[in-house]
Design a protein around this ligand. Structure first.
Ligand code: DON
Length: 578
């Protein structure tokens, strides 16, 4: 029932946007939506889009300019990214979308994560000797989970949008059909993963020129098969992907190469509207993704642990702050390995994990001046802190929607497999399951029973689309790619804003750190001072300087003004408002 409230509100928002000038003089429209617009007519509260590709930002911004709402713009951006950024934008993968409506005072989540095919088995990635065959779990047709993106985006639009699927798909179809100009990032990405992409003829034909040469910056990149697939979805709706010609092409691709996805798997796929996890940090409400993602649980758990320290006084990226963050991260990732999985299959002790009391008890195990080696840390006992307290929603009279969406095909270019004739890449999300207890996946994450492979189960994710609210108003909309680093990247942007008072661009750009319990290493980006690193060594941390982490495209709304911050770690990112 709860979810039924929103569509009508969104409809009213859409109406209010397009009829604003007309209605402004009518005192009978004294409701929240119109009042909100009247109160802030010129303060830039009209729209802001931040994505990792400027063409997707532009498509979505056009939707807002034409009176569409944030959900319309999000779906349009997602389809445009599927064309302009095939390394991660997709229709062959899955993800999560958080939607916040200030009017309804609700934040909800659309779970369109991929599922294991019905023929998947717990041992499907094991060699005869019991070892894990990660080539199969990452780079074969068996690596592919049943895609959720098209169904998830269509659901978002149907329930909460105001434009049609055809309208949301139109810019993507044009970009695929007419082509777009290759950027340096696009060109270098295809060179980096050349070996994987050339493994499959259908993939090679899409991403390399006839004769096998590279697309270089400045070239036009056209995707006729993808354009035709998107056009069929536009003509026939999401069921085209799950029951139409696209489904047939996908299943043919599977059966030619030993993949498991069947027509029934596609037909039976359904996205789910879920309640996000909800916590509180220094007076701000934090909403983030619930299982089958671990992201929200651990962002909130780590914040709960850190809330007991005067982080602001300890300073941004000081050795002590980083030490405390790393210790909190280790404990959270240890819990992840044991307790997190698809809640449709297992019971996650969520109330305990995100309780303040459990955070406090974990804080009690941290030495504030010396690292605890990861081998001395084991998953805790969150269930002892379970309570029956219900998540609290406050009602406020205000205006504004926010969407935070993260979707993926797992690796850059997923499994590297294009569905022949359909022009889109397939995910390799099956590797996010725990193929064997204690054996790490591609992100070094280990798991056990909770995340073992089972038919039709969703594999555990770290994706953490997050919306922070301040006294009922949308305040921070954020999220990132980066595998296991998603959780800690999201955490740091929240802390950079709330604890350290950084403006959103500084919060996004600042050097980041990461610890995930195992391996026992504190990973740092370029830019931390050598003095800080020395101090951390002195506390017993094993420091590893590796490549940059995440790409956290964020918006902050402060005093009614929207600030968009694109992550400079991705050269094609763009924040644009109106
Ligand atoms: O769901 C997850 O946690 C991973 N499949 C996300 C992969 C990812 O972020 C890759 N990006 N760098």
């Amino acid at each position: 029932m709860r979810w039924k409230i929103l569509p009508s509100l969104y409809l009213r928002i859409a109406l209010s946007a397009s009829c604003m000038l007309l209605l402004a003089s009518q005192t009978t429209y004294g409701d929240a939506i119109i009042e909100g617009e009247r109160m802030h007519p010129k303060q830039g509260r009209n729209g802001m889009v931040v994505t990792s590709h400027f063409l997707a930002t532009q498509s979505a911004l056009d939707v807002l300019k034409n009176g569409g709402n944030a959900i319309d713009a999000a779906v349009t951006a997602a389809f445009s990214l599927a064309v302009t950024q095939p390394r991660s934008g997709n229709i062959g993968g899955g993800g999560f979308m958080l939607i916040s409506s200030e009017q309804a005072n609700q934040v909800l989540a659309i779970d369109y994560r991929e599922k294991a095919p019905s023929q998947a088995t717990e041992e499907m990635f094991l060699n005869k000797d019991g070892s894990v065959n990660s080539d199969i779990s990452r780079f074969s047709h068996r690596a592919v989970g049943v895609p959720g993106t098209v169904a998830g985006l269509a659901l978002a639009l149907k329930e909460f949008g105001t434009i049609s699927l055809q309208q949301a798909l139109a810019p993507a179809i044009k970009l695929a059909h007419d082509g777009f100009v290759v950027t340096p990032r696009f060109s270098s990405g295809l060179k980096t993963v050349e070996k994987r992409l050339r493994t499959w003829k259908a993939t090679e034909e899409i991403f390399y020129k006839p004769g096998g040469t590279y697309y270089e910056p400045g070239d036009l990149f056209v995707q006729k098969d993808l354009a035709a697939t998107l056009q069929r979805i536009s003509d026939n709706g999401a069921k085209e992907f799950y029951q139409g010609k696209t489904a047939q092409l996908l299943v043919e691709e599977m059966s030619k190469h030993g993949g498991l996805i069947t027509l029934d798997d596609l037909k039976n796929y359904a996205p789910v509207i879920r309640e996000p996890v909800h916590g509180n940090y220094r007076g701000y409400d934090i909403y983030s993704m619930s299982p089958p993602s671990s992201g929200g649980a651990h962002v909130i758990q780590i914040l709960n642990i850190l809330e007991g320290y005067p982080i602001s006084d300890l300073g941004h990226n000081s050795a002590t702050t980083i030490h405390l963050m790393a210790e909190a991260m280790k404990r959270a990732f240890a819990d992840r390995s044991r307790y997190l999985g698809d809640e449709d299959f297992i019971k996650v002790p969520m109330a305990g994990l995100i309780s303040k009391a459990y955070g406090e008890s974990l804080r009690g195990t941290i030495d504030s001046s010396a690292a605890n080696p990861s081998k001395t840390i084991a998953p805790g006992k969150p269930m002892e802190f379970e309570s029956s307290e219900t998540t609290h929603f406050s009602i406020v009279d205000n205006y504004g929607n926010a969407v935070s969406n993260t979707y993926t095909i797992n690796f850059s270019y997923g499994a590297g497999i294009i569905v022949q004739g359909a022009g889109f890449l397939l995910n390799n999300e099956m590797d996010d399951f725990s193929s064997k207890p204690g054996v790490a996946n591609a992100y070094g994450l280990i798991g056990g029973k909770a995340n073992r492979i089972e038919p039709n189960k969703r594999m555990l994710s770290s994706m953490s689309p997050t919306i922070v609210k301040d006294h009922g108003r949308n305040f921070l909309v954020t999220g990132s790619p980066g595998g296991s680093r998603i959780i800690t990247t999201t955490l740091q942007v929240i802390m950079n804003v709330i604890d350290h008072g950084l403006n959103i661009q500084s919060a996004v750009s600042a050097p980041r750190i990461h610890h995930q319990w195992l391996p026992d290493e504190l990973r740092v980006e370029e830019g931390l001072s050598p003095d800080t690193i020395k101090l951390l060594y002195g506390m017993g941390h094993e420091i590893k300087r590796k490549s940059s982490m995440g790409a956290i495209q964020s918006i902050m709304i402060d005093d009614q003004v929207m600030y968009g911050a694109a992550d400079p770690r991705r050269s094609t990112s763009l924040a644009a408002g109106m």
